[in-house]
Design a protein around this ligand. Structure first.
Ligand code: PMP
Length: 428
């Protein structure tokens, strides 16, 4: 069945669309932390469609909210009062920890970052943007222009003058091996030098607290806080891209930025909030959000249907304290992976239920040579064992583990066992 669909995919989708596995999986349905393919095979889902399934597959509360709203009206988000959108925005503002917060809803993370860039660059009257190396912020013309991982950019043309700084990738950094304090100091010195060269007219700094596409990498806690001090001095706005790190995913905090000890000016989000529905947005204080003069609307951003589903999803997350569950189950996976002591595992990192395993060629030192072929073999081995995990990083050699936040202890144990067995099997 899936081979027939694969042929049609080649005919209708662009060649740059990434599909995993030698024999791609056609997902048919999901329930809880499991999905089934079109041949009836069941998989434990440790990737949630790139952190899209935040709570659970087919969560009855979300399904019901969507069905109820669909039965009333499916419509655009603008021109008329829209109760689900207002209630969702209020709820997000409440949990945002941003003072005097307002929320603009979009249909994707790309558009959330676009909106944040528009706000920051028009407020600061500058098209200069500072970003982290190895970052990913979206696929539009403006967001690829600030994406450090250039393998995601089909063009070198850019609407922005972008500068990239070190920091987000400690394992493969030129500053690796330093203590956390020294690493932060080295990155801050790099930031200052880049800013000096830029000439002091930078609009905003954008960063993922843990880089998602980049392979679940980050600097030490406090790095972005140290950056924030420099940014404040120069009036540069800080955009925290929480598309992957938001909603308690990291366990210890609700937002990734909270590990920094400072508060960003703008926050963007997407993916998990919709639990599979198309939903994203930007959060900013009223002083920033209301700075745009012209009409600015999104037909589908915050539509009644997606807002109703996202609101039910967010309420479930808060009512069931899923951040605490991420803090409980994450370390089980983290400790189990760390204990493996395998020659192909160069680094195990991340927080809560957002864990990265960097696979390297045995005996190649630290950092080891990237081993994308081992990552591919582990993905196939996991698939055979009924487990889905993700892959990422510049070299495609990092396993990305990010199950739905309702993960149970039994599922964590079962997934870990399958993963460890697949890594051992793929070890040369
Ligand atoms: N920011 C980050 C951190 C992301 O991981 C992604 C998607 N991988 C985006 C932005 C873009 O989101 P979308 O694909 O919804 O446009």
């Amino acid at each position: 069945m899936s081979s027939e669909l694969l042929k049609r995919t080649r005919a209708v989708l662009p060649s740059w669309l990434a599909i995993y596995y030698d024999e791609p999986i056609e997902l048919d349905r999901g329930d809880g932390r499991h999905v089934w393919d079109s041949d009836g095979n069941r998989y434990l889902d440790f990737f949630g469609g790139i952190l899209t399934t935040m709570t659970a597959h087919a969560l009855p509360e979300v399904t019901q909210a969507v069905a109820d709203q669909a039965g009333k009206i499916i419509h655009s988000s603008t021109l008329y009062l829209n109760r689900p959108m207002v209630e969702l925005a209020e709820q997000i503002a409440t949990v945002s920890e941003i003072p005097d917060a307002k929320v603009f809803l979009t249909p994707s993370g790309t558009e959330a970052n676009d909106a944040a860039l528009l706000l920051a660059s028009s407020l600061r009257r500058s098209n200069q943007i500072l970003a982290l190396r190895n970052s990913y912020h979206g696929r539009s013309f403006s967001t690829i222009a600030i994406t450090g991982n250039r393998s995601w950019s089909p063009t070198s043309l850019s609407p922005f003058q972008t500068y990239y700084v070190h920091g987000g990738q400690q394992y493969r950094s030129p500053f690796a091996g330093l203590s956390d304090g020294e690493y932060i100091a080295a990155c801050v010195a790099d930031l200052r030098e880049v800013l000096d060269q830029a000439g002091g007219d930078v609009a905003a700094f954008i960063a993922e607290p843990i880089q998602g596409v980049g392979g679940f990498t980050s600097g030490p806690d406090g790095l972005l806080g140290a950056f924030a001090e420099v940014l404040r001095e120069k009036g540069i706005l800080w955009i925290s891209d929480e598309v992957q790190t938001g909603w308690g995913r990291t366990g210890e905090h609700f937002w990734g930025w909270q590990a920094s000890g400072a508060v960003p000016d703008l926050v963007t989000f997407a993916k998990g909030i919709g639990n599979g529905l198309s939903m994203g947005g930007v959060i900013a204080p009223a002083s920033i959000m209301d700075s745009l003069g012209a009409n600015h609307i999104s037909t589908f951003g915050g539509s009644p249907l997606t807002s109703a589903g996202a609101l039910a999803n967010l309420r479930y997350l808060l009512d069931h304290k899923l951040q605490a569950n991420a803090a409980l189950q994450g370390p089980v996976l983290f400790d189990g992976l760390r204990a493996l002591d395998s020659p192909v595992v160069g680094d195990v990192r991340g927080k809560g239920l957002m864990l990265g395993v960097e696979l390297v060629r045995p005996g190649t030192g630290t950092p080891g040579d990237p081993a994308p072929e081992i990552a591919t073999a582990v993905l196939e081995g996991c698939k055979r064992r009924g487990l889905l995990v993700g892959k990422g990083g510049l070299h495609g050699n990092v396993l990305r583990i990010a199950p739905p936040l309702t993960l149970t202890a039994e599922e964590a144990a079962a997934g870990l066992a399958a993963l460890l067995a697949a890594i051992e099997e793929a070890t040369p």
